[in-house]
Write a protein that binds this ligand. Sequence first.
Ligand code: XMP
Length: 515
Amino acid sequence: MKHENKVIILDFGSQFTQLIARRIREVGVYSEIHPCNVDPEKIKALNPGALILSGGPSSVLDVDSPQLDPAYLEMNVPILGICYGMQLLTHSMGGKVVSSEDREYGRADFCGTGGCELWQGIESLDKLTVWMSHGDRVESIPEGFKICGSTESIPFAAMADEERKIYALQFHPEVAHTESGNTIISNFVFKIAGLKADWSMASFVENSIKEMREKIGDAQVVLGLSGGIDSTVVAVLLHKAIGKRLHCIFVDNGLLRMHEREEVIGFLEEHFELNVKCVDSARLFLDKLVGVEDPEKKRKLIGYTFIDVFNEEAQALKNVKFLAQGTLYPDVIESESFKGPSAVIKSHHNVGGLPEDMDLDLVEPLRELFKDEVRKVASELGLPEHIIWRQPFPGPGLAIRILGEITDERLEILRQADRIVQHELHATGWYRKIWQGFAVLLPLKTVGVMGDDRTYEHVIALRLVDSLDAMTADWSRLPNDILARMSNRIINEVKGVNRVVLDISSKPPATIEWE
Ligand code: XMP
């Protein structure tokens, strides 16, 4: 039977598992991650062209550590074990793993040997910088294997059974610090497993439109559009698939930035002729928020009010059978992980909420994609740079950037200050260089002097951060003259502000938002 052109990664809990999937996709082959305790029959049914066993924090020597189901070895597909994956293969095929006193973490010099196919095209094989992260190590390799490389501290750093096409590495080829890591991964995927590079965003778009057409038939679909990249891409993809039968609902909660509503909807309506219903609920949200100062209360109130408004609008539509959502692959992996949903999921983010009595099925066209792939799809769909590279903006909007009570006056001050920050970031090219940049209105007033008068007015804080995934962040080192310009403009142009301060805290222990 011919195998499908995809790689399945069994996740044993490594922090790098997602990276393995991304590296494989980057070379043009589709890959999927499954928890290591998945039923092997399920993996068999997927008929993958290759298997990868990820690293993981356990020790194969522990009684309750995840083991390798022999069914995988009988599947007769090429296997690559990485780190814990190597120890698992060793342990379950008759070799010996021992625990060592010194945990090896970080760079190591690797010397590849044995004419192994994994090393094809690598020139400096006698001294390759690789990334290690392990406690246990392999002391003797199973029968049928040959040694393919070592480091100063471990004699068995790579091994292969070329006849059965089973390969194993103690180091991590998927991390950027490993030299020629991509070559090693490509060799496994193409030379050893014989797969083809057929995963591209163009083919994704084409297939996804076809699949959605089949799934949806002639039914109607509803989607909550926020203006962020994920929901925008879902909207455009679905529009291409089913045209006007897609109904987008954009809820204006009164907590958006200046001109945001026109910028988000105007563009989409003009260029893609999307069917967007803009619900002006600003007053409803703002009235509910009167007197509310506690950040969690604000979030919950906004989340539940959003669900109410959205459901009411969705229910007013006829014949709606599907709810579309911009779920991404990391959310899917996270919720299916064998470790259980980890701390990565933030309870406060994007309260979902299916209109239960409508009994809707889900359409989630981005379920298989990483964020950077969504950006590529956006570009494939002809979306402009300002949508593709839009910085994240939280669901509760400016409410969590106004510390203390939200009033119309305080909202207006923050909007104007934020507009200046956005403008300066764009004008200086820093918008694309940083993760997020915005203004925060503090719950205090300070003394100042303007002309001959003493003033007692509001303080704006600038929050500008660098980050890769919002899990950790550091404050961006913007040139002083740009900061000075932001501060001058805010104090001169925004009535009611006489002081601007800069937030120089990292996350952790601070967070990106102030509330
Ligand atoms: P924190 O403040 O937790 O933010 O460091 C991490 C990222 O998440 C965004 N954020 C939110 N997004 N609803 C959202 O949709 C929220 O309630 C929320 N709170 C924070 C924040 O802008 C940053 O990108």
